[in-house]
Design a protein around this ligand. Sequence first.
Ligand SMILES: C[S@@+](CC[C@H](N)C(=O)[O-])C[C@H]1O[C@@H](n2cnc3c(N)ncnc32)[C@H](O)[C@@H]1O
Length: 942
Amino acid sequence: MANQHYGVRAAVRWDPAVEAYFTACFGAARLAAMSAALARPSLTPTLRVNTLRSKPQDVIQKLQHELCIQQQKYHRPNNRNHQQHHGHDTANTQDGTRGRDGEVALFNELQTPATNTSWNLSDGGGAAALTMADGVLPVQRTQSPTIPTSKRTVRLHPRLPAVAVVFGSGPWDIDCGPGLPEVVINRFAGEAVFKGAHVYAPGVLAASGGIAAGDLVAVSAALERPVGHNEGQCADANAVESHLLEPPDLSDPGPSAAPSCGTGIPPPPRLAVGISRGAKVQPDGSVPLSWARQTPPRKLQRLQGSAPLRQLPLRQPQQQELRRRRKPGKASGAECCEGELADGSRAGAALSTETECVGGHGSSSTGHGSSSNSCSVGSISDSRDVLSSDNSEPGSSSTSSCSKDSESSTSGSSSCRQDRIFLGVARAALGRRAMFRAHEGLALHMERRLYDVPSCNGLLRGEVMLQALPSIVAAQVLNPRPGTSVLDMCAAPGGKTTLLAALMSDQGRLVALDRTATKVAEIKSLARDLGVHCVEAYQADATEAIMTEAAAAAAEQLTEVAAVGSHSQSTSTASGDGVGDTIAVAAAAIHHSVSRTTARGAASMGPLSAIAAGQLLGPPPYPAGTFDHILLDPPCSALGLRPRLLHSWTLPQLRAMAAYQRSLIHTAVRLLAPGGEMVYCTCTINPDENEANVAWALDRFSGSLKLLPAEPLVGLTGVTGADPETGSRWLSEQEAAMVQRFDPGQLFPGRRTMAPTPPSPSSALAAGGSRKNGGKEPIQRAVFVSTQRVTAVQESLAEYAGTVAAAAVAHANDYPSGAVLQPPPLVVALSPAPVARAAAPTATIVDEDDDKGLMPHNDERLWAAMEEESNASDPAVHLTPPPLQPYCWSLGAMGALPLPPSPPPHQQVEEEELDSRSSNEEDSPWMDDVMGFFIARFQKVA
Ligand SMILES: C[S@@+](CC[C@H](N)C(=O)[O-])C[C@H]1O[C@@H](n2cnc3c(N)ncnc32)[C@H](O)[C@@H]1O
C-alpha cells in the first residue's frame, strides 16, 4: 500500500460558488496554486522570539537543541523493535540521502507529486506482537518519521527581526508495503497531523480489525462530502455531521450580518464524513458508510431502542466538544489566525461521529487488508445518490465500488481510499477496541508523515511563540512606539497583542479587547507567559467600544469640573478653607472616575506619554480619537489558514463576514486619534474582506483616512479592479502597491520596494522598444515584476524606454529549479549594454528570442555582476528605474529558489557549524512558504 492508492488531495475543496467567484477574482491558475498550498502545511513555520525575555541568537541555539531532543525522544538507535523490523529503513534515513531528497521534494511538490522516495515498511504484524501491558506505547519504542538522528534546521529569518524559521519537508512517498492495517481519522485530526501532531483517541473514526498496541498502521483522514438529505435545514443539535463543517461562524458576524437560520442567508450544504466512529476498515481499504445502513448495529439498537441513530445522546465529552464548536469563539476558522492548536485539543477534539458508536463492530476481526486497492484519484460525488440507491448492510464492504471512474468513487455503501487523504504511518498506542472506548489520550503515534513538519507548539514557552510570518509582519507594520496608547480590537488569543507590547518595549498602554470572556483569559495568560505588563485585556464587543457623542460630551464636562476641583484643592489646602477641601475631594473623585472611563478626553490627544505610568485606560467605551495606534484583526473567513482540506464557506456567508468587518472598521477609524495609524489585517484570501474593505474605508472616510505603504513590504501587491459579482471597486494600482497580500504557498523572494506614483502611460515602448536588439546582444539586466502588474509595467517601461534602447517583457513560467512563484513573475530585460555571462557561472540566461522568456539568474552574485557591468557601461541607467519600483521585487533572494541555506537536516551537524549558521545571513537565498493573509495600513488625517 502506498500513498498513491489514496486520493491525496492536491487542493483544498471549496464550495462550488465560492470556487467560481475566486476563479473570477484571481484566475484559474492563481487560485489552483493557492488551493494546492492550502491543502498542505507550511514548510517554513515561524516562531517569534520574545524579545522582552530573550535574544534571538540565544534562542536559535536552544531551539535547535529542543527540536533535536523532540526528535531523539522518539528515536532510539538501539530501539530493539526498530532495529528488528526497520533496519533497512533506519540505515536509509541515517545516511542523509533521503533528507536531501525530501527537501527537494518540498519545493518541487507544488508542481509535481512526490515520487522521490519509497519507504519499505513491510513490518505489519511483527510489531503487533509487542502489545503493551498498559495499552500505552512508551515513547522510546517509536521512531521519528523521516529525520531520525539529525538536528532540525532552525534559522533566524534573514529579513525579519526576531523571527526563527523551522524547515519542514515533504511530501514523502511512503510505500508501506502490503498488509499494513489501516486507521481512518477525521479531517480535523488529519489537519493537525499535518502540523506535527499525533492522533488522539477521539479523532479516530475507523480501524482495521485486530489492531493491537504497538502495531504499525497506515493512517488516512476521511473527508466530508455533501449530504443531500438535510438541505435547506438549519443545523440542529443532533446533526453531528454538520458540525464537521469548517466553521462558518454563525454567531460571530453579529446580529446584522450573521449568516444563520432566520437571517435569510441559506445555510451551507450539509457535509458529513459518513463513517461512524468504530467502523471497520475492510481488507480492500473500504469503510462502510453509516448512511447506507438500513438498521443500526445491534449494540446501538440495544442502547437506543427504536430511536433514530442521530438522536442518540452524546457522551459528555462529545457534548462539551460540540458546545465548544458551536460557540462563537471557537479556536478555528474565522477566529484564530495563530499557530497550531495543541495536538491533543485539535486531534482529540475532533469528533467525527455520526452516532454514539463506541467500540462498535468487528473489533475481533483479523483482516489486515490487502493492497489490492484500485481506486483512482477522483472527486467526491454527492451522496444523494448513495442515499437513494444503496441499502446494504453495515460492513458489507465487499460491495465497495471504488473505481477508476472519478465520479463514482464514493458510490455504493463504502468509502474507499480514494475518499481519504493519506497521512503517513503510525504506531498504535492503543489496541483497536481501546481506541474507540477512550475519550482522551494518544491513540496513534505518527512515525512517518507525508509532510514532516515539527510540532513547535509550546516549544521554549515564554521565550518564543509559534506565529505565522504574515501575522508578525502585520504587527511590525503597525510598529507602535514605546509610551503610546494602542488598541487591539479583536485580540484573542493575543499573539499580535503581545508582539505589539514587545515592539513598545512593554511601555505605554495597550488595550486588548475580545468579545469572548474565555478568550480574554487566554490573552491575559499569554501576556503572563511572555512577561508582558502593559496590556490590559477586557471582554467587550469592539463595535461598541466607542462612546456615544452625548456620553463623550458629559465625560468632557466632568473632566473640566475635575480640573477645577483639582485647582481648588490646591488653593484651599493652602488657605485652610474646609469648604474648598470638600469640593476638591469631590472633584478629585470625579476626576478619577472620569479618567478611568475616558482616559484622555477627545480634545487632549497629546503625546501618549501623558498617560501616567501604571495608569489604566480602563474598559471601553472610549471617546473618539483615543488611540494612537489601532490593530484591527477582525474575525474573518480564515481562508488563508493551512493546512485545510475543506473550506465550506458559502458566498453569502463571505459577504456577511465582509459587512461585519466594515462595522469594526467604522468603529476603529473613529477611535483613532488624528494622525494616528491603523493596521487592518485578515487571514483570508477573499478580496471582499480585503481589498474591497480597504476601498470601502477609503471611500467612506474620504478626506480623513489615507492609505500608507504597509512597510515592511514582504507580501505581494493587492488585487486591482472590481468585484466580478457586485462590481464594487477593489484597489487602484497605486493603492494595491501599498498593501500586502500573502498568497498561500507563495514563495516570497524578498522585500518589495515602494516608489512614488507610477508615471502615466506612454507609447514609447510600443513604438519600438521591444526586442529592439533582436536577441543578438547579451542581456544587460533583469528586473522581476509581479504579473499583477503586467499592464502597469509595460506602461512604466514605455516611459522608461526613452532612456534604454530596448525592453522585452516575457513570462518566466519555467523556473529551472522547478520552484513556482505565484503569480509567476515577469522578467523584464533591458538591453543593449552587455552583461558578462561568465561573471556568474551559475546563472542561466535565456536568449530574448526564446519564447520561454528570460530567466536571468539564480544567484545574487549575478545581479551584482549585472549592476557592476551596467554601472560601468552606462551609469545613467539605474538598476531599478524609479518608474518600475512599485512593481519590482528586490532581487536579493530571487532566482532559482534553492533550498534553505542550511544543510539537509538529515546530516549530523556540528555545534560550531550551528553557531555560524544561526547567524543572520542577509545574503543567502530565502523563501517563505506562508499562509494566506492581507495587511493594509491607514492613517487618520490630522
Ligand atoms: C482573527 S481573531 C484575532 C487574532 C488575534 N489578533 C491574534 O493575533 O492572536 C479574531 C478575534 O475577534 C474576536 N471577535 C469577534 N467579534 C468581535 C467583536 N465584535 N469584538 C471584539 N472581538 C471580537 C474573536 O473572539 C476572535 O478572538
